[in-house]
Design a protein around this ligand. Structure first.
Ligand code: ADP
Ligand code: MG
Length: 266
């Protein structure tokens, strides 16, 4: 049945539940989350001061940083009721379950052309696993049109080139995420360093994905992006979830202003 992409109200989204999750580095606790549910709302912002643990928390969800203790589970809306324990899965199996993350530190697109790196990314999201030999032509046929469309949208004119600037690599990482058709997308500073026009384009793609039923969680220092995109904002400080609420409530909250925004920011 076709879904109306403008109707965001009745789409069932997956949720990620984080419970009693602790991570220490060198004996110092950097993430300590009792209970966190992500995916209640289509787009959720995650904000907090530098070093609050935002990136570590996202990496724990992806299991690219192993937890010291606790669990992360994925609850699929139309599944058989059995949650998938993400904290038992290796990172490379996340995309199979629709869980995808962009990278704050951009991956190296420098050794493959733009086109080849995206083809490889698309192959990862299909039945072919990276460790299996995949039929290049098959992947090409399945994804050619979409890759062309995404590249055109973000203003890449020559797919046979190598990504040069940090901004280009950042955009390609976002295109990689989009090609994987995520059901749950985690974005770690996706628009940092991008010019306004491209930030706007990224934001539009995020809105579109969310409207189609993907749950999105976004970390971003540019708070205009957070206030404008998010249906709900989580505030994190010193490894703990301090509070959540709608953007207006969070930006006016005393504690958030004191610990993060500073006076005069509201
Ligand atoms: N691999 C690591 N080894 C040691 N300390 C780390 C490592 N990764 C993160 N940290 C520390 O954990 C804390 C949280 O970092 P991070 O999750 O990157 O915060 P945020 O993304 O909110 O800025 C910081 O104090 C950081 O220095
Ligand atoms: Mg970070």
């Amino acid at each position: 049945m076709a879904t109306d992409v403008t109707d965001t109200v009745d789409v069932a989204r997956p949720q990620i539940h984080v419970r009693d999750a602790i991570k220490s580095f060198d004996g110092r606790v950097v993430v300590d989350v009792d209970e966190l549910i992500l995916g209640d709302q289509p787009i959720e912002g995650l904000i907090g001061p530098n070093g609050a643990g935002k990136t570590t928390l996202m990496r724990m969800v992806m299991h690219s940083t192993p937890l010291d203790s606790g669990t992360v589970t994925l609850h699929k809306p139309n599944g058989d009721g059995t949650d998938i324990v993400l904290s038992d899965l290796p990172t490379y199996r996340m995309a199979e379950h629709g869980v995808v993350k962009s990278n704050q530190v951009i991956m190296d697109f420098g050794k493959l052309t733009i086109w080849d790196s995206l083809l490889l990314s698309a192959a990862e999201g299909t039945v072919e696993r990276p460790q299996r030999i995949f039929d290049e032509q098959q992947v090409f046929d399945a994804h050619e049109d979409e890759i062309r469309e995404q590249l055109a949208y973000f203003g890449f004119t020559d797919p046979t080139a190598f990504a040069q600037s940090a901004g280009e690599k950042k955009l390609l990482d976002i295109v990689r995420c989009l090609l994987l058709k995520p059901k749950f997308l985690l974005l770690d500073e996706p628009t940092a360093g991008l010019p306004d026009e491209l930030t706007e384009k990224v934001m539009n793609r995020i809105r579109q994905l969310a409207a189609e039923g993907t749950a999105v969680v976004i970390v971003e220092h540019d708070l205009n992006v957070i206030w404008s995109l998010s249906d709900e904002v989580h505030f994190m400080a010193e490894g703990k979830m301090i509070m959540k609420g709608d953007p207006q409530t969070i930006r006016e909250n005393r504690t958030v202003v004191e610990k993060y925004l500073g006076e005069g920011h509201v």
